[in-house]
Design a protein around this ligand. Sequence first.
Ligand SMILES: O=C/C=C/C=C(\O)C(=O)O
Ligand SMILES: [Fe+2]
Length: 309
Amino acid sequence: MTGVLRPGHAQLRVLNIDEAARFYRDVMGLVETGRDAQGRVYLKCWDEHDHNSLILREADHAGIDFIGFKVLNEATLDQLERDVRAFGLETERLPAGELLETGERVRFRLPTGHLFEIYAQKAQVGNGLPNVNPPPWAPDADRGMAPTRLDHCLLYGPNVTANKKLFVDVLGFHLVERILGPAEAGEPEIGLFLSCSHKTHDIAFVEYPEPGKLHHLSFRMPTWERVLRAGDIMGMNKVPIDIGPTRHGVTRGETIYAWDPSGNRFETFAGGYEPYPDSRTITWTFDGFPHGLDFPQGKLHESFLTVVT
Ligand SMILES: O=C/C=C/C=C(\O)C(=O)O
Ligand SMILES: [Fe+2]
């Protein structure tokens, strides 16, 4: 284990900050925890303890600015920076406080073009429950869709195989599932689901010609029933849905893909299974992929491969 713990934050570009803040706070049911001098809005899911996991920045085009993972401690941060540089990537350090309540970050650009960063420190604000004899949920757990946490992201860009080498050989992730391209193309790995935990994936990549693209940020729901309830709330708020409610074959996750007001896709996701680092990687062939995306329908929804921000 290299000490990379979990997805920590994502900074998302939105077209209208007030509309986006209202959506993620009042429809998604995230908790707004702050705003900074740049006008960025900070939010967390009700059951997360750290100050923020989603940061919104107003821009003229939607998409993801960077994704941050939390690591065990400062010594791990320093070691991983050395390892990433030895892998051949430039790193830069962003000062503590550049993001509210967040320590120094080590940032580097992935072979797929995405800005990725690691950090060891973020202020804990808690989940609204006492740490001694706590009840199972807090009032915020029923406000809006109320995901429990930022669960993973799926990023699109070229050179996913180079990303795999970095994440597996340097950052200590394991490859839980993969999607192969067409046989006539030699079945290249075009989809990678990578985990640094017990989850089916903490980050995923799909091969795509343009670098640095976002397919979706995924928010964890405790149960399939809560995914369906999220779908009800999407219906009540006329949120445009892309795929679902259904189940992925890949990861077995129950899912709805939909779009935020800026056109960024998000997912409400439940279920899956618990792979271990020594679990064998599951492979989806290209002809099996329609069931990998939407198991009940076995349908390769066009938008999955074409719509990104
Ligand atoms: O075939 C595509 C599967 C996508 C899976 C997810 O977005 C997920 O498991 O969260
Ligand atoms: Fe997902």
